[in-house]
Design a protein around this ligand. Structure first.
Ligand code: DNO
Length: 357
């Protein structure tokens, strides 16, 4: 496996490449061009400049998160083909700078959802939290406003201004789409892009829906073992894979994360992993804890071991961390707690590796 760290390029991050390269065992960054509106081609010159900037610090850029999917593709509108063409062009350009994996998601309108971005914890740190009741009773525009207020001025991935502008109109369009139709739209996308993924040798890795259940009455499908199986069967190319996000899938207690990893990583269909822990407060309420097993509800040893035992050769990034030591910044994406998370995952990996010999 290769350990990577999410970094928001183009001045969107206050964490520097200099800091990231000092985290032990970091091979590269996971990044994107946040300023390019969804549906437009990412220009090769921009990507070459990005690669140069990152490589100056001895870091690789082999994973992109995310190349977002235009709503017209998700909705299956007539205009989808032009956005699919742009997607393929972006894939081609990314392959030319050596990118190996693209992470994306197929969540309607919104990406991940939390009710709080900075819940204070008893040790003085703060973290993101999800209260189901709150999400049930708030309308999406108000949630977007709340997220905006709590974000400290950082644009949050998945809550980009251009997405929010059109939000209520787009949500209305989804009212007429059945789950069955949604799966068909996913298949149409996959069958269009996967042949090019093969041609350009770039793997696609869908991110699970977070949380893994419908919110605001919008369909959400990448939510469980069975639905991931269904997704992978839509197009059986190994280039059609998943980003195994422990925190997203694990928010549903019925999802057995180590078993899901063993099954799909064992088949070579997991290309990227987001590893984090969370602490349940009730059945559907949780906050994002430090990575250690003892701090949250997951058995991180079993999670890392499942990757190790299935000879996982993809990329792992520590996922959301808390804000600690007085750090302020983009919620979930501070430097210190994620750096410790990476080191902890490395420690588990090394121990498992030595004990397996
Ligand atoms: C949130 C992230 C998501 C993720 C996308 C992938 O912190 O995990 O925004 O990047 O869902 O497309």
């Amino acid at each position: 496996m290769k350990m990577v760290f999410r970094w928001f390029a183009g001045g969107y991050d206050k964490i520097t490449l200099e800091q990231i390269r000092q985290i032990p065992g970091m091979s590269g960054v996971v990044t994107s061009l946040l300023d390019i509106p969804v549906g437009e081609v990412w220009p090769l010159e921009r990507l070459e400049a990005l690669k140069k900037e990152i490589e100056n610090y001895g870091l690789e850029v082999e994973v992109i998160e995310s190349v977002n999917i235009h709503e017209d593709i998700k909705l299956g509108e007539k205009t989808r083909d032009k956005y699919i063409e742009a997607y393929i062009e972006t894939m081609k350009n990314l392959s030319q700078i050596g990118v190996k994996v693209i992470c994306y998601n197929f969540m309607p309108v919104l990406d991940w959802a939390r009710s709080e971005l900075a819940r204070p914890l008893s040790d003085g740190s703060n973290t993101m939290a999800y209260k189901h009741e709150h999400i049930l009773n708030i309308d999406p525009q108000n949630l977007a406003n709340e997220v905006g207020k709590q974000s400290g001025g950082f644009e949050l991935p998945g809550w980009e201004p251009d997405r929010l502008k059109e939000m209520s109109i787009t949500i209305d369009k989804y009212r007429s789409i059945s789950e069955d139709q949604y799966w068909k739209n996913i298949k149409y996308f996959l069958d269009s892009v996967i042949p090019y993924a093969e041609k350009y040798d770039i793997k696609l890795a869908i991110h699970p829906d977070d949380p893994p259940w419908p919110i605001f009455n919008l369909v959400r499908v990448i939510t469980s073992r069975d639905n991931i199986r269904k997704f992978l069967d839509l197009n059986k190319s190994p280039y059609n894979g998943v980003t195994l996000c422990t925190g997203s899938l694990g928010a549903n207690k019925n999802n057995d994360i180590p078993a899901i990893i063993r099954e799909f990583s064992g088949e070579g269909r997991v290309h990227f992993a987001h590893i984090r822990n969370l602490k349940f407060e009730s059945n559907k309420d949780f906050y994002e804890s430090a990575h250690l097993s003892r701090c949250g509800s997951f058995d991180m040893f079993e999670i890392v071991k499942a990757f190790y035992d299935t000879d996982f050769t993809g990329y792992i990034r520590p996922d959301h961390g808390r804000m600690i030591w007085g750090e302020t910044g983009r919620a979930g994406y501070g430097l210190y707690d994620r750096a410790m998370g990476a080191t902890y995952i490395h420690g588990l990996w090394e121990a498992i590796d030595k004990m397996s010999r």
